[in-house]
Design a protein around this ligand. Structure first.
Ligand code: FE2
Length: 422
């Protein structure tokens, strides 16, 4: 395949990109060697100046919950803890059925992939004794591998210690093929149980040489401080750079004095963050006195401290969040607004939050548009990061492993004011 006249994020000059097999073989200035370009080739994709970008990475998603909103009931309070209760009822009523989970999750992945997402880290609830959802999502991972890569986190939605079989189910989930060890310390019954649950998370990760991604402090409580425990354990166990704190909502409530102590610890542990701005804006702050807290981890402070922050959709139409379609440009827009990050330096590189930063969390080693890398890419109808965000760029094409997944025609934008004098 040959991709001609593409713009890269790093340069304004157009380039031609040659793909050989499943890899980018050569990136050269456009039209540099026309003799090498057989005009009749059918596998030429003329980018017409569109932005060739590495695929979006959804760093935090729950595919097993996708498209279940209203089953068995709607979330009337809008809160996180009502959603967890609804999901417990969903399980108790036998609504987690293999074929239904597969069908709904594949729909969700199709929607994400259509929005330019090439990699998803999905948490899967493993506190259901049959592990039906886990097996279903492992099947989904296989079915969609030609258009989207999936990384599966064993996620103990109802706790590791708080659930009677939590520890055994987590171990079994890793044996069955989950890639990453999850946790939910703020949901355990006491702070001490939360800390003990994290020790079990690290033990299990060590046994499988796996990465860790914990739902950490997803609660409107400035006293919830498991992120410091995660960092401490990462250092103690020599797992710096291998641990992600997801959501980290309580950080939005931490006082400046504590943050000043905490941030260097997080840096020392090379902690990764997965933040979900749209969902936590919906879930957090209910019942709080005015002024209403934002309830989203402090993306700007974390980024300025040099920590890796990636964004995720988290939910597609489930008890936690009634909308969502895997549209990461929308998630990015919300995240930059809530974090006061609409500054020129950030906007110039804003796609990092939904591309390379996510790839770093997931440990993707072969990611990016450069010679020798795996040929995964999307074409955005934009000139640069800022215009992609501002105009909510259409995804014109998706390429995975050197093969075209889809291609769309560029939209004709008609000027509705045409004919009116200025
Ligand atoms: Fe989550």
């Amino acid at each position: 395949m040959l991709i001609t006249n593409a713009r890269l994020r790093s340069t304004s000059r157009l380039v031609d990109v040659t793909v050989e097999g499943c890899r980018f073989a050569r990136i050269a200035p456009a039209n540099e060697e026309p003799a090498e370009r057989p005009a009749e080739r059918e596998d030429v994709l003329d980018a017409q100046g569109a932005l060739l970008c590495a695929p979006f990475v959804d760093a935090h998603m729950h595919l097993d919950y996708a498209n279940t909103v209203g089953q068995p009931r709607m979330n009337e309070s809008g809160t996180l803890f009502e959603a967890i209760g609804i999901w417990a009822d969903h399980k108790a009523q036998g609504l987690v059925q293999r074929e239904r989970v597969i069908e709904r999750a594949v729909d969700a992945v199709r929607s994400e992939a259509g929005n330019g997402v090439g990699f998803i880290r999905t948490h899967v609830d493993v506190t259901e004794p049959g592990l039906t959802a886990l097996d279903a999502i492992l099947e989904v991972k296989d079915r969609v591998r030609d258009w989207c890569g999936i990384q599966v986190v064993a996620f103990p939605q109802n706790g590791i210690l708080a659930h009677p079989q939590g520890t055994e189910l987590m171990a079994e989930a890793m044996r069955r093929g989950a890639d990453v060890v999850g946790g939910i310390p703020h949901f355990e019954r006491t702070r001490e149980a939360g800390v003990a649950s994290l020790r079990r998370v690290f033990d299990l990760a060590e046994r499988h040489d796996a990465l860790i991604d914990v739902h950490c402090d997803e609660i409107d409580d400035e006293q919830s401080r498991f992120v410091e425990v995660l960092a401490d354990l990462a250092i103690e166990r020599g797992m710096q750079g291998r641990v992600t704190a997801s959501h980290a909502v309580a950080m939005a409530y931490y006082q400046a004095g504590y943050m000043a102590k905490l941030l260097p610890e997080l840096v020392a542990a090379d902690m990764r963050f997965a933040v979900n701005p749209t969902e936590n804006l919906q879930l957090q702050g209910w019942g709080a006195p005015a002024p209403m807290p934002r309830g989203v981890a402090p993306i700007r402070e974390l980024t300025e401290a040099g920590l890796n922050v990636a964004l995720g959709q988290d939910s597609i139409a489930d008890p936690w969040y009634p909308i969502g379609e895997g549209d990461l440009l929308r998630v990015l827009e919300s995240g930059l607004h809530v974090a006061h990050m609409l500054t020129e330096p950030v906007l110039r590189r804003c796609l990092d939050l939904i591309t390379v930063n996510g790839a770093k969390n997931l440990g993707l080693e072969d990611y990016g548009i450069h010679e020798g890398a795996r040929a995964d890419a999307i074409l955005l109808d934009a000139d640069d990061d800022k215009s992609a965000l501002r105009h909510h760029a259409d995804v014109l094409a998706s390429i995975r492993g050197g093969s075209l997944v889809f291609r769309r025609a560029r939209r004709e934008l008609l000027d509705p004011m045409e004919g009116f004098a200025a």
